[in-house]
Ligand binder design. Structure first.
Ligand code: ATP
Length: 211
């Protein structure tokens, strides 16, 4: 049963949780920005994970214990070079780092959802929602889809430090587009041949009418 707010308006104990996923450069962040203009909040799981690695005391201690205190610089910032070298090509170490980070992000996300209890629905953006299995905790998932060629072009224009080979390697570690399409509940086609705003407005109307 919905809770009553102080001014007697019913509020949701938990809003509907909508995942936004898609390969690198598919346009997830852009789509979330447009939903944001409509007043829908989005939790960017990948960015939050990076922030929590320096701000969540429990996680910081766990990372230091597992990888050594050199994982951080004197100012408490992440020593990315050191940590990347520690996990680079060592799959078990990368798994270990993810196993430390994911539960802390999950707690942070839960708190964020509760802080947005008054919303009809909220978005959780993550590149690897299907790969990590965390999509199972959400009510529904939107895939932002774009061809590999378009995604590579976008990422190279956005991230000047990356080479084509870097981007292709990241794509190789993500689920193939067809598999993601089969798992998604909704698809926003972002190949620059269809307008994305009408697709987003259509979903916005649908989610608002569901809750
Ligand atoms: P990542 O997985 O790397 O975080 P992402 O899926 O969040 O990527 P965005 O950052 O939203 O992707 O988009 C990648 C780049 O492509 C950005 O510079 C964005 O502005 C641009 N872009 C995305 N969609 C479009 C579009 N329809 N038209 C023009 N530019 C676009």
């Amino acid at each position: 049963m919905p809770l009553e707010s102080p001014n007697s308006q019913p509020i949701n104990a938990k809003p509907m949780q909508v995942g936004i996923t898609g390969g690198i450069g598919s346009g997830k962040s852009l789509v979330c920005k447009i939903f944001g203009i409509l007043g829908v909040p989005a939790y960017d799981a990948d960015s939050r994970a990076k922030i929590l690695m320096t701000t969540d005391g429990i996680l910081v201690e766990q990372i230091k214990k597992e990888f050594g205190s050199l994982s951080y610089d004197g100012a408490g910032g992440l020593n990315r070079e050191f940590l990347s070298a520690a996990v680079f090509t060592k799959e078990d170490k990368l798994k270990k780092l993810n196993a430390l980070v994911h539960p802390r992000v999950a707690i942070d996300y839960e708190q964020w959802v509760h802080a947005h209890a008054g919303c009809n629905y909220v978005l959780k953006e993550a590149a690897l929602l299907f790969e990590s299995g965390s999509y199972k905790m959400l009510d529904t998932v939107i895939l932002v889809s774009a061809s590999k060629g378009v995604r590579i072009r976008r990422v190279l224009a956005r991230d000047t430090h990356r080479t084509k080979a870097d981007v292709e390697k990241i794509i190789q570690n993500q689920l193939p587009e067809e598999e993601k399409e089969a798992k998604a509940n909704f698809i926003i086609r972002n190949n620059e041949s269809e307008l994305i705003v009408p697709q987003i407005l259509n979903l916005h109307e649908r989610f608002n009418s569901m809750n």
